[in-house]
Design a protein around this ligand. Structure first.
Ligand code: ZN
Length: 322
């Protein structure tokens, strides 16, 4: 379709001639057009900005939402870890330390060094209280964990010490006494069967045939094996933790000085050497270099009933054999 052409009457030529916008009229028309276009453009822009976010804003909003979700998950994990750590702390204080007879850690010891916020640049995150709180919680958690790990190392050391102590402590009879008839209750002052005078008898005698195996009554280290006029062949066993045991009148040794032995290990054999009236084992227990009654150190070997019977039979056999 052809463009519409305007015509105007020209009195000079007495004709209708095509008429075109030109000069001032053309310029005004263009300015009006540009002005209206500009206003429409601005209106469209502000309307769009008012009703729709930019792509960048949409992207940031999505990222922000996702960060908030991640932050809540992180906070939940911090809380779970705090609960788990607290259960360890309770077990530490109320179980392990009670069993091992150790003092619970005080609040001061557990909280010492917790402050946290000075360790990072406050200016960077002071405007983000949520981040600051999370950071402080993690710092506190890290500290509590370090204290707890140190505490567990200490408990491990204590446990190993106790295990070693109980393994070392004399706790069984030095010879097989299933029938409970070998013990002569002879600790204390008694009439010496050879010298016929009253003397202190610092151990217990077990009547047994020559060659009967003699056991170490706790873990330890053999300090001496030698022959003495009174003890005959004798073994000294150092258990550490201030305990020592001695085994006398042996027919022979099964260990050498310096050797480490375990509870129940055969260290020698019953005999009748030294000042002894018949084949038997003379057994002594020393604590801090003082003799103590070995009767108190058979607990791992006997039930309560067996212990009572051992004492009952032992009382009928109060004659010493050395
Ligand atoms: Zn004796």
């Amino acid at each position: 379709m052809a463009a519409r052409i305007k015509y105007r009457y020209n009195p000079d030529t007495c004709k209708y001639e095509p008429w075109y916008l030109q000069g001032k009229a053309l310029r005004n028309r263009i300015l009006i057009f540009l002005g209206i276009s500009f206003m429409v453009g601005c209106a469209t822009y502000f309307w769009y900005r008012h009703n729709y976010s930019s792509f960048e804003e949409q992207y940031l909003t999505e990222e922000n939402n996702s960060l908030q979700v991640e932050w809540s998950i992180l906070e939940q994990r911090i809380k779970n870890t705090q609960v788990q750590l607290l259960s360890f702390v309770e077990k530490d204080d109320k179980n392990y330390r009670v069993i091992l007879d150790a003092q619970p850690l005080s609040t001061t010891e557990r909280e010492a060094g917790v402050g946290g916020s000075e360790k990072f640049n406050l200016r960077e995150i002071k405007d983000f209280p949520k981040v600051l709180r999370g950071y402080q919680q993690i710092e506190k958690l890290k500290h509590q964990l370090t204290v707890e790990l140190q505490s567990f190392s200490e408990l491990k050391r204590l446990t190993e010490y106790r295990i070693n102590m109980w393994a070392s402590r004399p706790a069984i009879q030095p010879i097989n006494n299933k029938q409970l008839n070998r013990l002569h209750l002879t600790y204390g002052t008694r009439f010496h069967p050879i010298f016929n005078v009253y003397q202190d008898h610092k151990g217990l005698d077990f009547a047994a045939e020559r060659g009967t195996p003699v056991y170490a009554t706790g873990d330890g280290k053999i300090t001496m094996t030698y022959f003495s006029g009174s003890y005959g062949n004798v073994i000294y066993l150092n258990h550490g933790h201030d305990f020592e045991t001695r085994y006398a009148h042996l027919s022979g040794f099964n260990v050498v000085p310096g050797q480490r032995v375990k509870r129940g290990q055969v260290i020698g054999f019953v005999g009748n050497t030294g000042n002894s009236v018949s084949s038997h084992l003379h057994y002594e227990v020393l604590y801090k270099d003082q003799h103590v009654n070995p009767i108190n150190f058979f607990q791992q070997d006997l039930s309560n009933k067996e212990y009572e019977k051992l004492i009952e039979v032992g009382r009928k056999q109060q004659n010493t054999l050395d």
